[in-house]
Design a protein around this ligand. Structure first.
Ligand SMILES: CC(=O)[C@@H](O)[C@H](O)COP(=O)(O)O
Ligand SMILES: NCC(=O)COP(=O)(O)O
Length: 249
């Protein structure tokens, strides 16, 4: 892959959401991950929530056994999740804030307010060989704290930008994009590897993909929705086309 290539991580959480609506085994998120891998995904992302509302422990076992491409394991910074990550040693561990009552991940992790505890928390994960990333809002204090505790990677939460785009609030969209653009550049200067994710669609992905310092996008909910209509390989190919178009222009 070219040095400045933009990786596409496919989040398969919401295949599990559909499965869990009925119980049983179908549709299988591991099958979706293998399909995405065969269709050219650069990585797979899965979020094992504390309440197991979508991905469950057996899915992580299955993904670890089946994948040839990297797994980005999203999790809350709890003792239970740390033990699971240390057992599996996935390529990447992304720490995400969680609230039981939220519909989706509403904001970024407060690294600045918990830097000592998080520095201790990530040490064994790093020693086990996982690339640790912090899922944070596009705020200077959070970027600096992530750098300070020794996280090599951050993922900026694109949800506010994506929501503004979806709702046609163009001033808010532009303001959120400006914040992300500024923090992508700042974090890169500090030496952090920068990823972006949450809520991205064919429409909203372009301006983010165009930022040359961004190394990876993690996209799930929209892709899985599109896959219901056109199939996962076609949805992934169209997302990749939009990313490449933006990157080249
Ligand atoms: C951290 C993140 O943005 C995703 O993992 C997302 O949280 C997955 O979907 P849910 O928020 O719906 O669980
Ligand atoms: N970390 C963000 C992610 O994995 C995908 O988020 P979404 O596209 O499902 O909103």
């Amino acid at each position: 892959m070219a040095q400045n290539a933009l990786r596409l991580g496919v989040n398969i959480d919401h295949v599990a959401t559909v499965r869990n609506a009925r119980g049983g085994d179908n549709p299988d998120p591991v099958r979706a991950a293998i399909l995405a891998q065969n269709a050219g995904a650069d990585g797979i992302t899965a979020h094992l929530r504390e309440d197991r509302r979508h991905i469950v422990d057996a899915d992580i076992d299955g993904l670890m056994a089946a994948l040839r491409i990297p797994l980005n394991f999203e999790m809350a910074a709890t003792a239970e999740m740390q033990a699971i990550a240390l057992r599996h040693k996935p390529h990447a561990v992304c720490l995400v804030p969680e609230k039981r009552e939220e519909r989706t991940t509403e904001g970024g992790l407060d690294v600045a307010g918990n830097d000592n505890a998080l520095a201790d928390y990530i040490t064994p994960l790093r020693e086990a060989g996982s690339r640790v990333s912090m899922f944070i809002g596009a705020e200077k204090a959070q970027v600096e704290a992530s750098h300070r505790i020794g996280a090599p990677v951050i993922e900026l939460h694109a949800g506010a930008y994506a929501d503004a785009w979806a709702e046609g609030r163009w001033d808010a969209r532009d303001a959120e994009l400006a914040k992300i653009t500024e923090m992508v550049a700042y974090a890169s200067e500090l030496g952090l590897e920068v990823h972006v994710g949450h809520g991205l669609t064919y429409d909203s992905v372009g301006p983010i993909a165009a930022l040359p310092e961004v190394k990876e996008l993690n996209i799930g909910h929209f892709l899985m929705g599109e896959a219901m209509f056109v199939g996962l390989p076609a949805a992934l190919a169209e997302m990749r086309r939009q990313m490449d178009l933006a990157r080249q222009s």
